[in-house]
Design a protein around this ligand. Structure first.
Ligand SMILES: O=P(O)(O)OC[C@H]1O[C@](O)(COP(=O)(O)O)[C@@H](O)[C@@H]1O
Ligand SMILES: [Mg+2]
Ligand SMILES: [Mg+2]
Length: 336
């Protein structure tokens, strides 16, 4: 791939006009996320050498032991967004409540709220397996000029104006959508620039990879058990291949390129699954749909769920369209 590829900065400017609220504000916001991603990437790449490995000694609102990199990435993204005076509110997996941001001139003119999972795949940080960052962006619904409220964050996923993720893997990539398709950019670490490497990303309609933590098999709903058995059957183009990294961003990224389905169902242990609707499921679902894939809670469209709490969870099935429809079929049949 030659360096004649478009840079992320050029792409943002060039595609600004395809975005219905073309005020440049969203472009500046995506640029801020690009900046924060580079800062975090710089330390992720030498995780063993700098003091960002291991537990931070704190427990977050989800009751999870925060990793040092969770806290570090959270701080870097929030700091960058505040410094660039570009948003009116931020919500994060690592923050109990949303953060209301007053614009310097105190009249709350900023229009966007951002929800982030600063570090996705925390269990993989210490073992040098790829991890990610996930972001979701909405226009506020409360009037500009008034302080941001919870209502601005509890919007159904189909209201997102942009969403994306950063994957810190064999290479570092930023993949995002503003509702006009999905594009992926690879960081050239030597010059610190993201280049368009994966234009117009699309899920193949069908795939041969299924990604689920089979260690929870006995706790899964019958429909999921039936679908996993279906994937493992010697029939037609099956059995499918089981691949599970344990970092949702990385599992879905792989399946978007190769064709496949990622599943984190509810179980007798987690009555609503593990993944958080607002800053994990919704942004990945927006990406999936924009890439001609599908995202469901097993019965309906993830993006149509009306959220009621900042850190609520949802069962999540995301990937190649025909595979998600197949698991929905098994879920419906299991209730008959
Ligand atoms: O270890 P499990 O139960 O399979 O869970 C793995 C899942 O949990 C997550 O790590 C949750 O995300 P965080 O790391 O951001 O908390 C997902 O990335 C991943 O798919
Ligand atoms: Mg996560
Ligand atoms: Mg996280």
């Amino acid at each position: 791939m030659s360096q004649t590829n478009q840079t992320l900065g050029e792409f943002i400017i060039e595609n600004q006009s395809s975005f219905k609220y073309t005020s440049g504000e969203l472009s500046r916001l995506i640029n801020s996320i690009r900046l924060a991603a580079k800062v975090v990437n710089h330390d992720v790449n030498k995780a063993g050498l700098v003091d960002i490995i291991g537990a931070a000694g704190e427990v977050n609102v989800q009751g999870e032991n925060q990793q040092k990199l969770d806290v570090y990435a959270n701080k870097k993204f929030i700091q960058t967004l505040i410094n660039r005076n570009i948003v009116c509110g931020i919500a994060s997996e690592e923050e109990d409540d949303f953060i209301a941001i007053n614009s310097q001139d105190e009249n709350h003119q900023n229009k966007y709220v951002v929800l982030i999972d600063p570090l996705d795949g925390s269990s993989n940080i210490d073992v040098n397996v790829s991890v990610g960052t996930i972001f979701s962006i909405y226009r506020r619904v409360t009037p500009v000029g008034t302080p941001v409220t919870l209502e601005d964050f509890l919007q159904p996923g189909h209201q997102q104006v942009a969403a994306g993720y950063v994957i810190y893997g064999t290479s570092t990539m930023l993949v995002y959508t503003t509702g006009a398709g999905v594009n992926g950019f690879t960081l050239n670490p030597a010059i610190g620039t993201f280049y368009l490497s994966h234009p117009n990303m699309r899920f193949p309609e069908d795939g041969k990879i299924y990604s689920v933590n089979e260690g929870n098999y006995t706790h899964f709903p019958q429909g999921v058990k039936d679908y996993i058995k279906y994937c493992q059957m010697e029939e037609g183009d099956r059995p499918y291949t089981s691949r599970y990294i344990g970092s949702m961003v990385s599992d879905i990224h792989r399946n978007m390129i190769k064709g496949g389905i990622f599943m984190y169902p509810k179980s007798s242990k987690d009555s609503n699954g593990k993944l958080r609707l607002l800053y994990e499921c919704n942004p990945m679902a927006f990406i999936a749909e924009q890439a001609h894939g599908k995202a469901s809670d097993g019965f309906g469209r993830i993006l149509d769920i009306q959220p009621t709490a900042l850190h609520e969870r949802a069962p999540f099935f995301c990937g190649s369209k025909n595979m998600v429809e197949k698991v929905e079929e098994f879920m419906r049949n299991s209730l008959k």
